[in-house]
Write a new protein. Sequence first.
Length: 197
Amino acid sequence: MTAPVSERALRPACFVDRDGTVMADTHYPSSPDAVRLIPGVVEALAAVNAREIPIVIITNQGGIARGYYTESQYQAVRARLEALLEQAGVRVLDTYHCPHWEPVSGPCACRKPAPGMYLRAAAEHDLDVTRSVYIGDRWRDVKPGLELGGFGVLVPCPDTSDDDIALARAQAHVVPALRDAVDLFLASLDAEGARAR
């Protein structure tokens, strides 16, 4: 018999954006051939795996609603990304995507910065949203973490706006690379553990 969520131990997670954070942002990729890992990503995510912290990819995919690519094309890109990471020794617990775009689909609870995908992942995998890190190249990737009581880190890419960087500097953290974001998060968990002892 499965114990109720309230009786199960919740784990912190590494919630990470996809395009511009894990793989190069080619703007609405529809083919697996477009998948290119950003340098340093494997080492950063391997450090998360080494601490047995689940990695969850959270991605807006409004191109589906806009007709730029199909759900099956999105899934092919997802599969290629996960295969490349697995070949490099990185384990991803799960991936969540929002296929909506408000002018076409209407409002939804999942498109970032809404917290829907994070809350769904937390419910399905017993994750503690308050002890998790929220990493991405846009403010919309960081803001849900702050609203849920977690740890937000912006890793700018060439397309990141100055406004997004300013918001993150004022309310969260800004670092140059994914490994820096991971190291900052792991240090915060270590500090938390030290305080608890």
